[in-house]
Design a protein around this ligand. Structure first.
Ligand code: 1HN
Length: 356
């Protein structure tokens, strides 16, 4: 895998210098570039990405978020977010060619107004208590480690009834949707009172393998929009207690009625690393954003070794070999990730290679 500036969005060669000048000009005048001038850039012999492995340390991003909350009124920003922009993709607001990630902060009493848009979004709560996101009228509590999804074109807003700043990680398919020229958002409007004060993870989807015969929630195609961290952690711990030591302990978040990814374009997973565990190296054609929910360790991504602790976020560009290590001799580590795997799969492009 190469992190080349020859990647996707740079301008392609359109001229063959060996052609007679008059002919080359005629081609240009007719908007007819010769394919052979660019064929091996369009179809490289080795996979190419401009995205590079990178880590954002929570101890560095946190004070900058708190400062944003002092400097920028929510009414002005609408969404108070510092974007995790890949250093190889400057000026794109993208963390990989397809994925967007940002850290959003909201203060007690603040409200981020309601809107809807074509990109799909998910939120993973990093710190703080008492905030909520309302998705299509359903009020979803936001506690540390909780995952909330806002599918395309669903109204959503954020509020805060607690006493300390709340920060979450936003993940969107925005660069992908922009590449499709399909990015659009409604105007903002003040949040309406939620129609349901709790979400289905609290009353209808409380146990794996059970789905309600009839639901009190509107049938939106997304029966579950919140996955509380307490449930996910309990499931990981049970799996870790039973699994052989050489089996990875990882769970995929799915639509509980269909088993499909939680969003058409975005997959999400939680992984439990036992004390001292080192995962088998593997690479995938999908890209991913990993967030440390608890613990400390290091991850090799391609040639980079990124040390991490609670609250840190890492980016894994496509086809980069990944190997996680929990550096604690006594405590587990929990990593969350979101990825574009569903897109690669539906296009027939998903591949994984595990080192022997
Ligand atoms: C968005 O709608 C939110 O609703 C956060 O909280 C981040 C980044 C790009 C586009 C839309 C939100 C976003 C976003």
């Amino acid at each position: 895998m190469e992190n080349l500036p020859g990647g996707r969005t740079t301008t392609l060669p359109t001229r063959d210098p060996s052609l007679p000048a008059a002919y080359a000009e005629a081609l240009e005048a007719q908007a007819l570039p010769p394919l052979w001038a660019a064929l091996h850039v369009l179809l490289p012999a080795e996979r190419v990405t401009r995205a590079v492995p990178h880590r954002w340390r929570w101890r560095e991003t946190r004070p900058l978020l708190l400062e944003a909350a002092r400097l920028v009124p929510i009414a002005l920003a609408e969404r108070r977010v510092l974007v995790l922009e890949n250093p190889g993709l400057k000026g794109t607001y993208a963390i990989t060619a397809t994925l967007y990630a940002g850290l959003q902060i909201i203060l007690p009493g603040e409200a981020a107004p309601s809107h809807h848009h074509t990109p799909a979004a998910l939120r993973l709560v990093v710190e703080g208590h008492g905030a909520y996101t309302t998705v299509d009228g359903v009020k979803c509590a936001m506690e540390p480690g909780d995952l909330i999804v806002t599918p395309p074109m669903r109204w959503h807003d954020h509020g805060h009834e607690g006493h300390e700043p709340v920060v979450w990680l936003d993940g969107l398919d925005l660069p992908l949707v922009r590449a499709l020229d399909a990015s659009w958002a409604s105007a903002m409007r003040p949040a309406a009172k939620p129609s349901a004060d709790i979400d289905s993870s609290q009353d209808e989807f409380t146990a794996a393998g059970l789905v309600p015969r009839g639901s009190r929630y509107a049938d939106t195609g997304y029966p579950q929009v919140r996955w509380p961290w307490t449930s996910v952690r309990r499931a990981l711990a049970a799996m870790a207690a039973a699994a052989p030591a050489d089996r990875p302990v990882a769970l995929r978040y799915v639509n509980p009625k269909t088993g499909a990814p939680p969003l058409a374009t975005l997959g999400a997973e939680a992984q439990w690393l036992r004390p001292g565990e080192r995962t088998q190296a593997s690479r995938r054609t999908s890209s991913a954003v990993c967030h440390v929910i608890e613990g400390r360790g290091e991850t090799r991504v391609g040639d980079a070794v990124l040390a991490w602790e609670e609250g840190d976020t890492l980016v894994v560009p496509p086809w980069h070999r990944v190997e996680h290590r929990n550096l604690s001799p006594s405590a587990p580590a929990c990593l969350f990730q979101f990825n574009d795997e569903p897109v690669l799969r539906v296009l027939g492009l998903w591949q994984e290679e595990t080192a022997p």
